[in-house]
Design a binder for this molecule. Sequence first.
Ligand SMILES: Nc1ncnc2c1ncn2[C@@H]1O[C@H](COP(=O)(O)OP(=O)(O)O)[C@@H](O)[C@H]1O
Ligand SMILES: [Mg+2]
Length: 257
Amino acid sequence: MIELKNINKKFGAGTVNETVLFTDFNFKVKKGEFVSIIGSNGSGKTTLLNMIAGTLFPDSGRVILEGSDITALPEFKRAKRIGRVFQDPFKGVARNMTIAENLSLADNKGKVYGLTKGLSQKRINYYKELVSQIGLGLENKLDVKIGSLSGGQRQAVSLLMATMTPIDILILDEHTAALDPKTADTIMNLTNKVVCEKNLTAVMVTHNLRYALEYGNRLVMMHEGKCVIDRNEKEKKETQLEEILAKFNEISIECGN
Ligand SMILES: Nc1ncnc2c1ncn2[C@@H]1O[C@H](COP(=O)(O)OP(=O)(O)O)[C@@H](O)[C@H]1O
Ligand SMILES: [Mg+2]
Protein backbone atom coordinates (compact mmCIF):
# COMPACT_ATOMS: atom_id res chain seq x y z
CA MET A 1 0.00 0.00 0.00
CA ILE A 2 1.17 3.51 -0.83
CA GLU A 3 -0.20 6.55 0.86
CA LEU A 4 0.32 10.26 0.24
CA LYS A 5 -0.80 12.23 3.28
CA ASN A 6 -1.56 15.94 3.51
CA ILE A 7 0.74 16.73 0.61
CA ASN A 8 1.57 20.33 -0.26
CA LYS A 9 3.65 20.98 -3.34
CA LYS A 10 4.44 24.13 -5.24
CA PHE A 11 6.95 24.95 -7.93
CA GLY A 12 8.95 28.15 -8.24
CA ALA A 13 8.06 29.29 -4.75
CA GLY A 14 8.50 33.04 -4.32
CA THR A 15 8.95 33.70 -8.07
CA VAL A 16 6.50 35.16 -10.59
CA ASN A 17 6.10 31.62 -11.91
CA GLU A 18 4.96 30.19 -8.61
CA THR A 19 2.57 27.30 -9.21
CA VAL A 20 0.69 25.82 -6.30
CA LEU A 21 0.00 22.29 -7.47
CA PHE A 22 -1.08 20.22 -4.46
CA THR A 23 -2.80 21.60 -1.36
CA ASP A 24 -3.46 19.15 1.45
CA PHE A 25 -3.66 16.35 -1.10
CA ASN A 26 -4.43 12.81 0.04
CA PHE A 27 -4.15 9.69 -2.07
CA LYS A 28 -4.09 6.04 -1.10
CA VAL A 29 -3.54 2.94 -3.22
CA LYS A 30 -4.37 -0.35 -1.56
CA LYS A 31 -2.46 -3.55 -2.12
CA GLY A 32 -3.56 -5.22 -5.36
CA GLU A 33 -5.22 -2.11 -6.74
CA PHE A 34 -4.56 -1.25 -10.37
CA VAL A 35 -5.39 2.45 -10.69
CA SER A 36 -5.81 4.13 -14.05
CA ILE A 37 -5.23 7.88 -13.88
CA ILE A 38 -6.35 10.32 -16.54
CA GLY A 39 -6.50 14.09 -16.43
CA SER A 40 -5.86 17.42 -18.06
CA ASN A 41 -2.37 18.59 -18.97
CA GLY A 42 -0.54 19.93 -15.96
CA SER A 43 -3.03 18.45 -13.50
CA GLY A 44 -0.21 16.87 -11.49
CA LYS A 45 -0.21 13.26 -12.71
CA THR A 46 3.53 13.01 -13.33
CA THR A 47 4.29 14.98 -10.16
CA LEU A 48 2.19 12.49 -8.21
CA LEU A 49 4.20 9.58 -9.66
CA ASN A 50 7.45 11.48 -9.05
CA MET A 51 6.58 11.90 -5.39
CA ILE A 52 5.88 8.17 -5.12
CA ALA A 53 9.18 7.35 -6.83
CA GLY A 54 11.18 9.92 -4.90
CA THR A 55 12.21 11.89 -7.99
CA LEU A 56 10.44 14.87 -6.40
CA PHE A 57 9.72 15.60 -2.77
CA PRO A 58 6.61 17.25 -1.33
CA ASP A 59 7.08 20.59 0.45
CA SER A 60 5.20 19.06 3.35
CA GLY A 61 3.19 15.94 4.03
CA ARG A 62 4.16 12.30 4.18
CA VAL A 63 4.69 9.40 1.82
CA ILE A 64 4.07 5.99 3.36
CA LEU A 65 4.96 2.72 1.63
CA GLU A 66 3.74 -0.52 3.21
CA GLY A 67 3.49 1.22 6.56
CA SER A 68 6.94 2.79 6.59
CA ASP A 69 7.53 6.49 6.18
CA ILE A 70 9.64 6.98 3.04
CA THR A 71 9.07 10.74 2.72
CA ALA A 72 12.78 11.55 2.99
CA LEU A 73 14.07 8.42 1.24
CA PRO A 74 15.94 9.27 -2.00
CA GLU A 75 14.92 7.73 -5.31
CA PHE A 76 17.77 5.22 -5.53
CA LYS A 77 16.82 3.79 -2.16
CA ARG A 78 13.17 3.40 -3.18
CA ALA A 79 13.98 1.92 -6.59
CA LYS A 80 14.32 -1.57 -5.20
CA ARG A 81 10.67 -1.54 -4.13
CA ILE A 82 9.22 0.53 -6.94
CA GLY A 83 9.12 -0.46 -10.61
CA ARG A 84 8.73 2.29 -13.16
CA VAL A 85 8.10 2.53 -16.88
CA PHE A 86 8.27 5.90 -18.61
CA GLN A 87 6.78 7.34 -21.77
CA ASP A 88 10.16 7.57 -23.46
CA PRO A 89 11.19 4.05 -24.56
CA PHE A 90 14.84 4.98 -23.94
CA LYS A 91 14.31 5.99 -20.34
CA GLY A 92 14.82 3.16 -17.89
CA VAL A 93 16.97 1.08 -20.24
CA ALA A 94 20.65 1.33 -21.11
CA ARG A 95 20.60 1.66 -24.89
CA ASN A 96 24.19 0.61 -25.49
CA MET A 97 23.75 -2.59 -23.57
CA THR A 98 22.19 -5.81 -24.79
CA ILE A 99 18.82 -7.13 -23.68
CA ALA A 100 20.58 -9.70 -21.47
CA GLU A 101 22.79 -7.03 -19.87
CA ASN A 102 19.80 -4.79 -19.23
CA LEU A 103 17.90 -7.66 -17.63
CA SER A 104 20.93 -8.46 -15.51
CA LEU A 105 21.07 -4.85 -14.28
CA ALA A 106 17.39 -4.96 -13.35
CA ASP A 107 17.81 -8.42 -11.82
CA ASN A 108 20.48 -7.05 -9.48
CA LYS A 109 18.55 -3.91 -8.61
CA GLY A 110 19.73 -2.54 -5.31
CA LYS A 111 23.02 -4.43 -5.41
CA VAL A 112 26.27 -2.93 -6.60
CA TYR A 113 27.48 -5.95 -8.53
CA GLY A 114 25.70 -7.31 -11.50
CA LEU A 115 27.67 -7.33 -14.70
CA THR A 116 31.07 -7.71 -13.14
CA LYS A 117 30.51 -11.36 -12.37
CA GLY A 118 29.45 -12.17 -15.90
CA LEU A 119 26.30 -13.95 -16.85
CA SER A 120 26.06 -17.65 -16.21
CA GLN A 121 24.33 -19.87 -18.74
CA LYS A 122 21.73 -20.59 -16.10
CA ARG A 123 20.92 -16.89 -15.82
CA ILE A 124 20.83 -16.48 -19.58
CA ASN A 125 18.39 -19.36 -19.87
CA TYR A 126 16.26 -17.72 -17.21
CA TYR A 127 16.25 -14.41 -19.11
CA LYS A 128 15.36 -16.27 -22.31
CA GLU A 129 12.41 -17.84 -20.57
CA LEU A 130 11.28 -14.45 -19.21
CA VAL A 131 11.61 -12.73 -22.56
CA SER A 132 9.79 -15.51 -24.40
CA GLN A 133 6.79 -14.85 -22.15
CA ILE A 134 6.29 -11.40 -23.65
CA GLY A 135 5.64 -13.05 -26.99
CA LEU A 136 7.58 -10.70 -29.25
CA GLY A 137 10.21 -13.19 -30.39
CA LEU A 138 12.97 -11.41 -28.50
CA GLU A 139 14.22 -14.59 -26.82
CA ASN A 140 16.67 -15.13 -29.67
CA LYS A 141 17.90 -11.55 -29.53
CA LEU A 142 19.31 -11.43 -26.02
CA ASP A 143 22.66 -10.25 -27.43
CA VAL A 144 21.10 -7.41 -29.39
CA LYS A 145 21.63 -3.88 -28.10
CA ILE A 146 18.47 -2.26 -26.75
CA GLY A 147 19.12 0.78 -28.94
CA SER A 148 18.41 -1.21 -32.09
CA LEU A 149 14.99 -2.44 -30.96
CA SER A 150 11.71 -0.80 -31.91
CA GLY A 151 9.94 1.46 -29.42
CA GLY A 152 7.41 -1.24 -28.60
CA GLN A 153 10.06 -3.87 -28.03
CA ARG A 154 11.92 -1.48 -25.75
CA GLN A 155 8.79 -0.76 -23.72
CA ALA A 156 8.20 -4.49 -23.38
CA VAL A 157 11.75 -5.01 -22.08
CA SER A 158 11.34 -1.98 -19.77
CA LEU A 159 8.19 -3.51 -18.36
CA LEU A 160 9.96 -6.79 -17.81
CA MET A 161 12.86 -5.02 -16.10
CA ALA A 162 10.53 -3.08 -13.84
CA THR A 163 8.67 -6.20 -12.71
CA MET A 164 11.19 -9.07 -12.73
CA THR A 165 12.11 -8.59 -9.07
CA PRO A 166 9.56 -8.34 -6.24
CA ILE A 167 8.21 -4.79 -5.97
CA ASP A 168 5.64 -3.06 -3.78
CA ILE A 169 4.29 -0.90 -6.55
CA LEU A 170 4.53 -0.46 -10.32
CA ILE A 171 4.20 3.03 -11.76
CA LEU A 172 3.54 3.68 -15.42
CA ASP A 173 3.64 7.21 -16.83
CA GLU A 174 1.92 7.28 -20.23
CA HIS A 175 4.08 4.34 -21.20
CA THR A 176 2.16 3.70 -24.43
CA ALA A 177 1.92 7.34 -25.56
CA ALA A 178 4.97 7.28 -27.84
CA LEU A 179 3.86 4.13 -29.69
CA ASP A 180 1.67 3.65 -32.75
CA PRO A 181 -1.88 2.51 -31.88
CA LYS A 182 -1.35 -1.17 -32.67
CA THR A 183 1.91 -1.41 -30.72
CA ALA A 184 0.33 0.58 -27.88
CA ASP A 185 -2.44 -2.06 -27.70
CA THR A 186 0.17 -4.84 -27.57
CA ILE A 187 2.06 -3.14 -24.73
CA MET A 188 -1.17 -2.35 -22.88
CA ASN A 189 -2.26 -6.00 -23.11
CA LEU A 190 1.14 -7.14 -21.91
CA THR A 191 1.00 -4.67 -19.02
CA ASN A 192 -2.38 -5.97 -17.97
CA LYS A 193 -1.16 -9.55 -18.18
CA VAL A 194 1.91 -8.83 -16.03
CA VAL A 195 -0.05 -6.83 -13.43
CA CYS A 196 -2.76 -9.51 -13.15
CA GLU A 197 -0.45 -12.54 -13.17
CA LYS A 198 1.88 -11.09 -10.56
CA ASN A 199 -0.98 -9.52 -8.63
CA LEU A 200 0.86 -6.20 -8.63
CA THR A 201 -0.23 -2.93 -7.11
CA ALA A 202 -0.05 -0.49 -10.00
CA VAL A 203 -0.64 3.17 -10.77
CA MET A 204 -0.94 3.88 -14.48
CA VAL A 205 -1.21 7.36 -15.94
CA THR A 206 -2.61 7.18 -19.45
CA HIS A 207 -3.68 9.67 -22.11
CA ASN A 208 -5.93 6.96 -23.53
CA LEU A 209 -9.43 7.16 -22.00
CA ARG A 210 -10.36 3.80 -23.50
CA TYR A 211 -7.42 2.09 -21.75
CA ALA A 212 -8.31 3.86 -18.53
CA LEU A 213 -11.81 2.42 -18.64
CA GLU A 214 -10.89 -1.01 -19.95
CA TYR A 215 -7.94 -1.76 -17.67
CA GLY A 216 -7.44 -1.61 -13.94
CA ASN A 217 -9.84 -1.84 -11.03
CA ARG A 218 -10.02 1.84 -10.08
CA LEU A 219 -10.41 5.00 -12.13
CA VAL A 220 -9.13 8.44 -11.16
CA MET A 221 -9.40 11.70 -13.05
CA MET A 222 -7.16 14.56 -11.95
CA HIS A 223 -7.54 18.27 -12.49
CA GLU A 224 -5.49 21.08 -10.97
CA GLY A 225 -3.93 18.90 -8.29
CA LYS A 226 -7.16 17.24 -7.21
CA CYS A 227 -8.87 13.92 -7.88
CA VAL A 228 -12.12 15.06 -9.51
CA ILE A 229 -13.26 11.51 -10.19
CA ASP A 230 -12.34 8.48 -8.09
CA ARG A 231 -14.26 5.29 -8.83
CA ASN A 232 -13.84 1.85 -7.35
CA GLU A 233 -14.03 -1.38 -9.33
CA LYS A 234 -17.81 -1.65 -9.27
CA GLU A 235 -18.40 2.02 -10.11
CA LYS A 236 -15.77 1.85 -12.82
CA LYS A 237 -17.51 -1.10 -14.48
CA GLU A 238 -20.69 0.96 -14.68
CA THR A 239 -18.91 3.99 -16.10
CA GLN A 240 -19.45 4.81 -19.77
CA LEU A 241 -16.75 6.23 -22.03
CA GLU A 242 -19.10 9.07 -23.09
CA GLU A 243 -19.39 10.32 -19.53
CA ILE A 244 -15.65 10.30 -18.98
CA LEU A 245 -15.05 11.95 -22.34
CA ALA A 246 -17.55 14.72 -21.54
CA LYS A 247 -15.95 15.37 -18.15
CA PHE A 248 -12.50 15.29 -19.72
CA ASN A 249 -13.51 17.82 -22.38
CA GLU A 250 -15.05 20.04 -19.74
CA ILE A 251 -11.86 20.24 -17.64
CA SER A 252 -9.61 20.47 -20.71
CA ILE A 253 -11.58 23.41 -22.11
CA GLU A 254 -11.57 25.03 -18.71
CA CYS A 255 -7.78 24.94 -18.57
CA GLY A 256 -7.34 25.82 -22.21
CA ASN A 257 -5.89 22.67 -23.77
N1 LIG B 1 10.13 20.50 -12.09
C1 LIG B 1 9.16 21.41 -12.25
N2 LIG B 1 9.42 22.73 -12.18
C2 LIG B 1 8.45 23.66 -12.33
N3 LIG B 1 7.16 23.36 -12.57
C3 LIG B 1 6.84 22.06 -12.65
C4 LIG B 1 7.82 21.02 -12.50
N4 LIG B 1 7.19 19.82 -12.63
C5 LIG B 1 5.90 20.11 -12.85
N5 LIG B 1 5.69 21.44 -12.86
C6 LIG B 1 4.39 22.11 -13.05
O1 LIG B 1 3.42 21.44 -12.27
C7 LIG B 1 2.22 21.24 -13.00
C8 LIG B 1 1.89 19.77 -13.10
O2 LIG B 1 2.84 19.11 -13.90
P1 LIG B 1 2.79 17.55 -14.17
O3 LIG B 1 2.71 16.83 -12.88
O4 LIG B 1 3.92 17.23 -15.07
O5 LIG B 1 1.38 17.41 -14.93
P2 LIG B 1 0.78 16.24 -15.81
O6 LIG B 1 1.69 15.08 -15.78
O7 LIG B 1 -0.57 15.97 -15.20
O8 LIG B 1 0.62 16.81 -17.20
C9 LIG B 1 2.43 21.91 -14.34
O9 LIG B 1 1.87 23.21 -14.29
C10 LIG B 1 3.91 21.98 -14.48
O10 LIG B 1 4.30 23.09 -15.24
MG1 LIG C 1 2.70 13.96 -17.23
